[in-house]
Design a protein around this ligand. Structure first.
Ligand code: NAD
Length: 428
C-alpha cells in the first residue's frame, strides 16, 4: 500500500518525538556556552548535503512501485560521513536530518575521523518479501552511489535494516566498481568483512562507560542494580555484560511488558524465555511489571534501550536511579533533563553512552581498508579505550563548566567540529 502525503504526515514518525527540534536545541545551547561565532553556527546548524531519491522497484506481483529515500550528510569537515540506513514507513526527511546531526556529534565526541550522515527509505520492510527488500536495497544503493563510498560516506544498519542489507549494498557498489569494496558499508556479516564484536558493540560500549562512571561516583560494582527498558540487540547485551561484571539486573522489558526480581533476574533464563515465546513476559522466578513501572523501579542504574522520549517532565521526579545511561537515541526530554540534574542523577547522554556501535563500525572500516582483521579481544580493548577516554573528557568539561554531561558532551563535540571547519577554512 502506498501512503499519500497527507496520511504520511498524520502518522507517527519513526521516532516518537520531534528529534530535529531537540537536537537543534542542544546544539544552540552548546553554541551559546562556547560563544561560537554566528558564521560557524550557521554552517553547523543545518546539513551540508541532502539527497532525495524516488525510485521504482518491481514487486513480486510484477507491479512497479515508486519508493522515496534520503541520504543526508550533516558535516564533512572531520572526514567522510558515517551513519545508518533506516527502513520505516513513517520516517521523514527532518528526522533523517536530526539523526545525521546526532551522528556528527557522536563521532566527534568519540574522536573518530568522521562527520555524521543518515539514510532512510519510506517503507515498511515487514510488508515486503526478502526478494523485494533485496531489489529495493540494490536500487536505493545505486541511487545514492553518487554520494557514498569508503572515502565519502559509509552507511551502516539502523532500524529496519540488518547485516544482510549491508551485504547487498556492498555487493551492488562492488559490481559497479568491478572489484570488491568492503569499506563502503559497516555492520556487514563477518564472512564478507564484518568485524568481530560489532553486533555487541553498542551494549558493550555502554557497560564500559557505565563501569567508569560508577567508579567516578564511588559506587561498588557488585552492589549495582540495573533496570533495562528494551530487550533487543542493545538491551540484551547490556544485561549479559552487566551480569558478567557482577551487577544485578532487577528489571527488563520489551514492547509487551517487563519482568522484575529485586534479588536479580536470571538473565540467561529470561533471554531463553524470550527466544522461545517472543517476549520476556512470563519468565520464571520473576514478577511482571509495566514499562512505565520499570522506569520508576527502585534501582541504581536505569538504561532506556528502546524508544525516544520515554523520560519526561511527568515521570522524571519519580525516577530513583542514580545513573541514567541512554542506550536509545533521545530517550530524555529537555524538561526531564533539568529535573534529573537537580536531583543529582547522572545522565550519561546518548551521544556518549551508545557510541560503541559507531566506534566498532570505525574499526570495521579500518580493517576493511587494510584487509587486516582483528580478534574480538583487540576490538574490545580498543573500544574500552575510546569509550572511557570520551567519558573522562566529558567529566572534565562538566566539572570545569558546571554543566550536566549532555551539555558537556555537546560542547566538546561542537567545538571539535567547529575547529575543523575553522582550520580547513571556507572554500573557495
Ligand atoms: P532492537 O529493535 O533490537 O530492540 C528494541 C527493543 O525495544 C525490543 O526489545 C522491543 O521489544 C523494545 N520495545 C519496542 N517498543 C517498546 C515499548 N513501547 N516499550 C518497551 N520496549 C519496547 O533495537 P536495538 O538495536 O537494541 O536498539 C535499541 C535503541 O538503541 C534504539 O533506540 C536504537 O536507535 C538505539 N541504538 C542502537 C544502536 C545499535 O547498534 N543497535 C546504536 C545506537 C543506538
Amino acid at each position: 500500500m502506498v501512503m499519500t502525503d497527507i496520511e504520511r504526515s498524520a502518522a507517527a514518525p519513526s521516532e516518537s518525538v520531534d528529534l530535529l527540534n531537540i537536537v537543534q536545541q542542544h546544539f544552540d545551547q552548546a553554541a551559546e556556552l562556547l560563544n561560537l561565532p554566528a558564521r560557524l553556527r550557521g554552517i553547523l546548524r543545518v546539513p551540508q548535503r541532502e539527497l532525495t531519491v524516488n525510485f521504482p522497484v518491481k514487486r513480486d506481483s510484477g507491479r512497479i512501485e515508486v519508493f522515496q529515500g534520503f541520504r543526508v550528510q550533516h558535516n564533512l569537515a572531520r572526514g567522510p560521513t558515517k551513519g545508518g540506513i533506516r527502513y520505516h514507513p513513517n520516517v521523514t526527511l527532518d528526522e533523517t536530518r536530526a539523526l545525521a546531526m546526532l551522528m556528527t556529534w557522536k563521532c566527534a565526541l568519540a574522536g573518530l575521523p568522521y562527520g555524521g550522515a543518515k539514510g532512510a527509505v519510506i517503507v515498511d520492510p515487514k510488508q515486503l518479501s526478502t526478494g523485494e527488500i533485496e531489489r529495493l536495497t540494490r536500487r536505493f544503493a545505486t541511487e545514492i552511489s553518487v554520494v557514498i563510498g569508503p572515502e565519502r560516506d559509509i552507511p551502516a544498519p539502523d532500524v529496519g535494516t540488518n547485516p544482510q542489507v549491508m551485504a547487498w549494498i556492498m555487493d551492488t557498489i562492488s559490481m559497479h566498481q568491478g572489484h570488491t569494496v568492503p569499506a563502503v558499508v559497516t555492520g556487514k556479516p563477518i564472512n564478507i568483512g564484518g568485524s568481530e564484536g560489532r553486533r555487541e558493540a553498542t551494549g558493550r560500549g555502554l557497560t564500559y562507560v557505565l563501569t567508569a562512571a560508577a567508579h567516578h561516583l564511588g559506587l561498588n560494582i557488585s552492589d549495582i542494580r540495573l533496570a533495562i527498558q528494551g530487550c533487543g540487540n542493545v538491551g540484551s547485551t547490556v544485561a549479559r555484560e552487566a551480569v558478567a561484571l557482577g551487577m544485578k539486573v532487577i528489571a527488563l522489558s520489551d514492547s509487551r511488558g517487563g519482568v522484575y526480581n529485586p534479588h536479580g533476574l536470571d538473565i540467561e533464563a529470561v533471554l531463553a524465555h524470550k527466544a522461545h515465546t517472543g517476549s520476556v513476559v512470563g519468565a520464571v522466578n520473576a514478577d511482571s511489571l509495566t514499562n512505565e513501572e520499570l522506569l520508576e523501579a527502585e534501582c541504581d542504574v536505569l538504561v532506556p534501550a528502546a524508544l525516544s522520549g520515554v523520560i519526561t517532565a511527568q515521570n522524571a521526579s519519580r525516577i530513583k536511579a542514580q545513573i541514567v545511561a541512554e542506550a536509545a537515541n533521545g530517550p530524555t526530554t529537555k524538561a526531564a533533563d533539568a529535573i534529573l540534574y537537580d536531583r543529582g542523577c547522572l545522565v550519561i547522554p546518548d551521544i556518549l553512552a551508545n557510541a560503541g556501535g559507531v566506534t566498532v563500525s570505525y574499526f570495521e572500516w579500518v580493517q576493511g581498508l587494510q584487509e587486516f582483521f582483528w580478534s574480538e579481544r583487540e576490538v574490545n580493548t580498543q573500544l574500552r579505550r575510546v569509550m572511557t577516554n570520551a567519558l573522562q573528557q566529558v567529566l572534565r568539561v562538566s566539572a570545569e563548566r558546571q554543566v550536566d554531561l549532555r551539555t558537556a558532551s555537546y560542547m566538546l563535540a561542537v567545538q571539535r567540529v567547529a575547529d575543523a571547519v575553522t582550520t580547513r577554512g571556507i572554500y573557495p
